[in-house]
Ligand binder design. Structure first.
Ligand SMILES: [Zn+2]
Length: 366
């Protein structure tokens, strides 16, 4: 017996409508709809064509039902502007990435959740509270992904084929997750990570994550978390020149425009200077990207340790993909840009699972 909902999962993961899939596999929309509703089963030949068209191994369709991530559980930015196809594809990729997370959790003891939900203090206060809680003082954050992982947030990637889907955060069974768009500049990636942390803290498990006010609060949190007030006052002159902003952004590893915004926010740039600086930075290309910015993206410490530990047991990404009944490319899309290489060695499989009780602890540094 195949699991009918898995056909829907695979189709939505690929961002396809029933009509589009129908054309690809030369099966009527009505038949596809019947398969997805469990009214009829595809023949083995049809299933093989579906599996090929959707790029999932046939075994994928015989696994248990996967309950979807509810749309209101996530904090997509500009959610209304996003078309349903890419949105569903990103949500289902994230849902499948949760399977990898369970797989990892069965084998390793991961850092416990250390993300407090603080009620609703103003974002600036929340940023100071979390910095104090994590012993960060006012020092620049050296690596946002490592920091999040060390405090129990699980970080995965959004599928790289949907460049305009923004990062999002969600809680699931008491575990915080952040899915990052890893195609942006490294500075923007750090800001996104801090923005999503803001959602987790300010708009916790029982609160709604969406809406313009939530967005504004998460941005204010990210700005204050990455660029603490006292640190900016200490390192930047009042009314700095563009060149000073371009040097200053390196202290906090932020985009030039993000620092400019923060300086205005802290009354270190007048409205007039702020607008002028933004125009000048725009002319220099700082709206489209981050010229001479950080050399590389932040990668995941947790995933790197997991894949390295598995590799030492002779288990590569290909083996893990097979365990999860997906292609290695599918699995790679969940960690795209977060691990340095695909680590697809050719060592032979030794799939002795580590028992849950004997799971080695993954110790991460912030
Ligand atoms: Zn947001």
């Amino acid at each position: 017996m195949i699991t009918s909902s898995r056909i829907t999962t695979a189709r939505k993961r690929r961002g396809l409508t029933l009509a589009e899939l129908s054309t690809r596999v030369a099966v009527s929309v009505q038949s596809l709809s019947n398969y997805e509703r469990g009214r009829t089963e595809p023949t083995p030949d049809t299933l093989a064509r579906l599996a090929a068209a959707l790029d999932f191994p046939e075994s994928f369709f015989f696994q248990p039902d996967l309950e979807p991530i509810p749309l209101d559980a996530v904090s997509f930015r500009a959610r209304s502007k996003l078309a349903a196809g890419p949105r569903d594809a990103a949500l289902w990729a994230s849902r499948l990435a949760l399977e990898l997370h369970s797989w990892i959790e069965d084998r390793f003891r991961l850092p416990a959740n250390d993300i407090p939900t603080l009620g609703r203090p103003d974002p600036e206060t929340a940023a100071e509270m979390i910095r104090a809680r994590w012993g960060l003082g006012t020092a620049p954050i050296s690596n946002m992904v490592h920091l999040l992982e060390a405090h129990g947030v699980r970080v995965f990637s959004l599928p790289p084929e949907y460049a305009d889907v923004d990062a999002f955060a969600m809680w699931r069974d008491g575990t915080p997750f952040i899915f990052l768009n890893t195609l942006k500049t490294p500075e923007r990636g750090r800001f996104d990570a801090a923005h999503e942390l803001g959602h987790l803290i300010l708009h916790g498990e029982d609160r709604t994550l969406a809406g313009p006010q939530a967005e504004q609060e998460a941005n204010a949190f990210a700005s204050a978390f990455l660029m603490p007030r006292s640190s900016v006052i200490e390192h930047m002159p009042k009314t700095p020149l563009v060149q000073q902003i371009l040097r200053g952004r390196r202290i906090w590893k932020v985009a030039a425009l993000a620092l400019t915004y923060r300086l205005h926010d802290l009354d270190m740039l007048s409205d007039w200077h702020y607008r002028r600086t933004c125009i000048e930075l725009g002319k220099l290309g700082y709206r489209r990207g981050e010229p001479s910015g950080m050399p590389g993206r932040e990668s995941s410490q947790l995933l790197d340790k997991v894949f390295t530990a598995m590799k030492s047991k002779g288990m590569t990404l290909h083996h893990i993909a097979r365990d999860l009944h997906v292609s290695p490319e599918e699995l790679s899309s969940w960690v795209f840009g977060l691990i340095v290489t695909a680590r697809s060695g050719r060592t032979s499989a030794s799939t002795d699972p580590v028992t849950r009780e004997g799971r080695p602890r993954l110790s991460l540094v912030q």
